[in-house]
Design a protein around this ligand. Structure first.
Ligand code: DGJ
Length: 774
């Protein structure tokens, strides 16, 4: 709900209020963002009573912009913090002074052309449009605030219109600005690199500048565009927690900039360094949309963001559809496959219960390694696939499985027909640093966009394709665009993103039934821009259960599990060489969108049985695991992680307990709970796992009548005959008790005794517990 109380505008969601006032001079003075407040008896206490200019501060018609909390900012007026807007006029002038013109409350969200944006099917989301005119009448700045009440999210964006008949250079137009009257906040950003995405970095804010940004052309695994500002002692349950998203897939910057008066300005938008945009007379430049929420505790913050992503970002036929369990060919076959091997792998998958088979890299041109053929999408690798994609899809469909395909359309290999025909289509110069032997196509070029739309349409229509994995395997380094004049070179990276969005928009409209999954060497482009076209993302190339548990846990601060592709891969793991039992790999992958990426043909008979029952279990609980409420219950304290997916109707919860290392004699472990119905009783059980006799080493000889040597034939035989079962659990308690106290689970193996009810988990060990309402 948006209300206007004289000169105050207040935006209310179910639990939050965001409000600002228009000052006598026409500046927008920020008043409050956080817990919902009642303004019906006035807003006066929110206005600082400062009338005397502080010391040597600059005064603008009685206003001290250096201290004023504002909704927008521009340089040259005495506000020394980084600003939201900066332009350079044709004569070099950079001072712009925006004053309130008018504001209106819209019942419909105005369209944002060329960029993805949040949408609202219910028609309840109101938008406040505020227009500010530059004092000399040269520019108009329009700010948009949309209120998504159901999920406590407010989105913001900005547009700049050139009212002159000569051009102006936009140096920055940040999407979001929130001024806080406190500096005791911590910025948590999610940094990392390939295969170690979403590592949280906690930086206390203060009088300086704290920055999290990407400069590699994509939203990046170096610094995800999602960041949080929170009270230093905030917990899952309590404390001010602000979450900020940017609906954008290119370079970005989030910064918290403190001033000398204890204030902090948060800015979020396109990375301004190196960016510029030549705005001709009459033209408008639109910044991407940003989204923010406040919650009392991280749990409340994430709950709002998860709902926002599920309801207002992800769209299309797959929005609410349960996602199929897939088998992906990459880590089992890499580039070495043929029609027969693929059908065999798929057949094994089908036998075990999988529903979709995905052919990854290596199916086109003469691609037998990563040195060639990117760009040659319409030429199938005839040697590997003599019956073409259509023939393969037919055989996969005949097994009763859907068929999916990998593509990496934004890239071109030097050794490709596309590059030979259009060397001028690459972004940057020929002698640039290359990544994975490939160049980036200049997606800002109309002709490259049109080519991709047509070429990929042919591919997607040539076979019965139900799923597409859209990859992007290098960072952008040199951004010189041969298609742009010198004065527009600062536009190339943003034009790249706009071009990409145009291609995605067109293809997803042409092929609405296809389930698209975004991938960029794993999680190098996990953002709400991509999720506006593709309902899910391959979160990381790292499928090691321990690493994945951390990655998924931390990603969940900003993203729901319904967008996280998570696979069971081989052991030893291909990224870490760590060995984890197939049960543990499944437990972690089950907290996302389940897939298998190991060579199912080579699993032992016993492992196959396990996989079959994993898939059966997953399907039974899929609604809760994919679309239920995800709760973080323990974040690595004591080496233990707990996450739980609670079904929408709160009938059941599936909880992951993961332990990094087996510490003997480490004390009892409590299973934690959240999101249950307090007054209802829940019965707890544990998903049984296979306990391997050989994991007990020489200890078996303490009870064995004959001596069993490790790795001997005798051990293999004994393993078959004596299959120790894992412990069981059977407890019933109210949701209230479980959420307040948790439930002690069976004792962990501690080196001093074992019986059938001992929990044997080992390093990187795990369990899934099921809580069923009685
Ligand atoms: C990088 C992706 O993240 C992998 O899953 C796989 O698709 C490879 N690219 C294929 O080249």
């Amino acid at each position: 709900m948006i209300e206007q109380l004289q000169n105050v505008y207040a935006l209310h969601t179910d639990r939050t209020t965001y409000c600002f006032a228009v000052t006598a001079q026409g500046f927008l003075q920020h008043l409050h963002y956080g817990r919902r407040i009642d303004l019906s008896a006035g807003a006066a206490p929110l206005l600082p009573q400062e009338h005397h200019a502080p010391g040597n501060a600059a005064v603008m018609e009685g206003a001290f912009l250096e201290t004023l909390l504002q909704e927008t900012s521009s340089p040259g007026l005495g506000d020394l913090r980084e600003s939201q807007v900066a332009v350079r006029m044709a004569d070099g002038d950079t001072l712009t002074d925006f004053r309130f013109e008018h504001a209106d409350i819209l019942q419909e969200k105005p369209a944002l052309s060329g960029l993805p944006s949040a949408y609202d099917e219910s028609g309840r989301a109101e938008t406040l449009r505020v227009s500010l005119l530059e004092k000399k009448g040269r520019l108009r700045l329009t700010l948009f605030y949309t209120v998504f009440e159901d999920c406590d999210v407010i989105s913001r964006r900005a547009e700049l219109t050139n009212l002159m008949d000569q051009s102006v250079t936009v140096l920055r137009l940040m999407s979001n600005q929130v001024d806080f009257d406190r500096q005791d906040l911590v910025m948590t950003s999610f940094n990392g690199a390939w295969a170690r995405e979403f590592e949280p970095t906690h930086t206390p804010c203060g009088a300086g500048v704290v920055v999290s940004e990407s400069r590699c052309g994509v939203s990046s695994n170096r610094a995800n565009p999602f960041v949080m500002l929170h009270a230093p002692c905030a917990t899952e349950e309590h404390g001010d927690c602000y979450g900020f998203h940017l609906i954008y897939s290119g370079d970005h910057r989030a910064c918290a900039c403190g001033n000398a008066y204890g204030a902090l300005r948060f800015l979020h938008g396109i990375q301004p360094d190196g960016f510029s945009w030549l705005l001709e007379g009459g033209e408008t430049f639109a910044a991407p949309e940003a989204a923010m929420t406040w919650g009392d505790g991280f749990a409340a913050m994430s709950r709002g963001l998860h709902r926002f992503v599920r309801e207002h970002i992800v769209r299309g036929e797959w929005k609410r559809r349960e996602r199929p369990v897939l088998v992906n060919s990459w880590e089992s076959l890499y580039f070495r496959f043929n029609h027969h091997a693929l059908v065999k792998l798929a057949g094994q998958g089908k036998h075990l219960g999988a529903e979709l088979f995905v052919l990854d890299d290596g199916w086109f041109g003469k691609r037998d390694s990563d040195t060639c053929s990117l760009g040659d999408w319409t030429t199938v690798h005839k040697k590997k696939l003599p019956r073409g994609l259509a023939g393969l899809a037919r055989d996969i469909n005949a097994l009763g499985m859907l068929f999916g395909l990998w593509v990496e359309p934004e890239m071109v290999s030097e050794d490709s027909d596309l590059f030979r025909a259009h060397p001028e289509w690459i972004l940057g110069r020929r002698d640039q640093a290359v990544g994975r032997n490939q160049y980036v196509l200049d997606m800002g070029r109309r002709e490259a966009q049109e080519h991709l739309i047509e070429a990929l349409s042919r591919v997607f229509a040539a076979a019965n394709i139900s799923y597409v994995k859209w990859d992007m395997n290098r960072i952008i380094t040199d951004d010189y665009s041969a298609a742009l004049p010198p004065e527009r070179q600062g536009e190339s990276r943003h034009r790249y993103v706009l071009g990409l969005y145009h291609v995605l928009d067109e293809l997803t409209k042409r092929f609405p039934h296809i389930l698209f999954e975004a991938c960029a060497s794993g999680g190098n482009r996990t953002d709400l821009g991509m999720l506006s076209y593709m309902p899910q993302v391959w979160l990381s190339d790292n499928t090691d259960a321990l690493c994945r548990c951390r990655i998924q846990y931390h990603a969940s601060f900003g993203y729901p599990q319904s967008v996280m592709g998570a696979h069971v891969s081989g052991s030893p793991n291909h990224q870490t060489l760590r060995r984890t039992p197939v049960s543990g790999r499944f437990h972690v992958a089950a907290m996302g969108l389940l897939g298998y990426e190991c060579d199912l043909r080579e699993l032992s008979h016993d492992e196959k049985l396990q996989v079959a029952s994993q898939i059966e279990f997953y399907k039974q609980h899929r609604a809760a695991l994919q679309f239920g409420d995800l709760h973080r219950l323990q974040g690595g304290e004591g080496g233990i992680w707990q996450m739980s997916c609670v079904s929408k109707d709160r009938e059941e919860a599936v909880t992951l307990l993961f332990q990094q290392e087996n510490r003997p004699n480490a004390g009892a472990v409590r299973l934690r709970a959240r999101g249950l119905e307090r007054e209802c009783a829940y019965r707890i059980s544990v998903l049984p796992v296979k306990v391997a006799l050989k994991d007990f080493g020489g200890l078996v000889n303490m009870i064995s009548p004959v001596h069993i040597r490790q790795d001997s034939l005798m051990q293999t035989i004994a393993e078959k005959v004596i299959a120790p079962k894992s412990e069981s659990e059977d407890m019933t308690a109210t949701g209230d008790l479980l959420m307040t106290c948790g439930a002690y689970v069976k004792q962990s193996f501690s080196g001093t005794g074992w019986d059938a009810e001992t929990r044997v988990m080992g390093d990187s060990g795990s369990r899934l517990y099921i809580l069923k309402k009685q």
